[in-house]
Ligand binder design. Sequence first.
Ligand SMILES: [Cu+2]
Length: 491
Amino acid sequence: MTRSLLSNAVMIGTMGLFGLGALTSCGTKATNAATPSSSLATDTGPLPTIEAQLTDAPLVPAPITRKKPAKVIVRLEVTEVVKKLADGVDYTFWTFGGSVPGKFIRVRQNDEVEFHLMNHPDSKNPHNIDLHAVTGPGGGASATFTAPGQETVFNFKVLNPGLYVYHCATAPVGMHIANGMYGLIMVEPEEGMEPVDKEFYIMQGDFYTKGGFGAPGLQPFDMEKALDEKPSYVVFNGSVGALTGDNAITAKVGEKVRLFVGNGGPNLVSSFHVIGEIFDKVYPEGGSNTNTNVQTTLVPAGGSAITEFKVDVPGNYVLVDHSIFRTFNKGALGMLKVEGPDNLAIYSGQTTQKIYLPEGSTVQEMPKSVSPLASVATNKDMRVDLGRTLYAQNCQACHQAEGQGIKGAFPPLAKSDFLNADVNRSIGVVAHGLEGQIKVNGEVYNSTMPKLKLTDEEIANVMTYVLNNWGNKGGEVSLDQVKKAKLSYKH
Ligand SMILES: [Cu+2]
């Protein structure tokens, strides 16, 4: 069974174009008065007409069970909307269907598509669509040039199976794509696709904002950064966190998962990887050939890949662009949560942690450390302990292992006069990020510390760890102190 909230596409008889309003769903407006547009000629007589069911990422429409081609009506509405790019960061996205990436379209080889592009009256710009699945000049771009408040229609026959990108191709093209105007269309081969248990839609994109990563507020597009190909954000499905926490995709042990992966660019090529999994099968570049046993697959800008794998072991699997700074510093991080029984024969987890004494005679067993996820600190020592791991995971890359920082780039936390003078201010820095000029131990820093995704409890732990190391003044930061410091923080 495929995870899909939608049932199969609604079948409508050839004559049923009128009055199909009741049968359509998910906001596709059926214009009952639409005159059936000029159809492409077929040898086999009229085809049954189907209204395409489109989905928002990470969902995909149900697999196609038809054994014959059909005439498929696709209605896609362009809107320009302000949405979240990251926590506290908004962006004006230009969208195919209201979100980034655009709606997923699923058709079958040899279908005839009647494509309607509507541009919402509130849009400020004209838009069009170039579908890579189209055989014909511009992929439909000139046929669909659509001013705000207008609708255009064109027809095409899908000749080649595969997973294709579509995007806006209105000048300046780079800017339209950079604002989120891309999506995927799957053309299933005539024989259909092998059944799997779960299917998901994941699309990477790079974003160019005036402010750096995490700079709050409504961020305008930065043309210079786009020309330099230096994005502030690289994300899956249109925003930082679109595939983490409650938004993570899920599967059960033993299930076969298929990811339809696209890359809208506009600039970067993705090295798509799932940490802790091996792709049993990849359709590289969304084509018809398959590779087996792949660790990382390249997804070109304006291209795609289909990856498939069975999940054998429960846990969290992290989806990344293995150009890894993009993952940990620019947002390209998603999560697949797998539930089910452990399989210790395949993966044991850590079985032992010992003190290692190469020259010594006695090897001591350490008490098994408490899992950082399962525990809440009840005293200072626990906070220091839990904070150590948090520091290694969240701070060390910049502030360094001994809190010494990197001169000119990352201020020291060791013996930091800035930190020790006002702990509450520094709690605010960790909670909200920091941009602009500060002075630490006599050196000026004018850089950006990103807003980190830490809970209040985690901030209390990491700050307690920092305060009790490297010559800092000590003390315990309580949960209550974090909550208060966050509220009073200004910069
Ligand atoms: Cu556009």
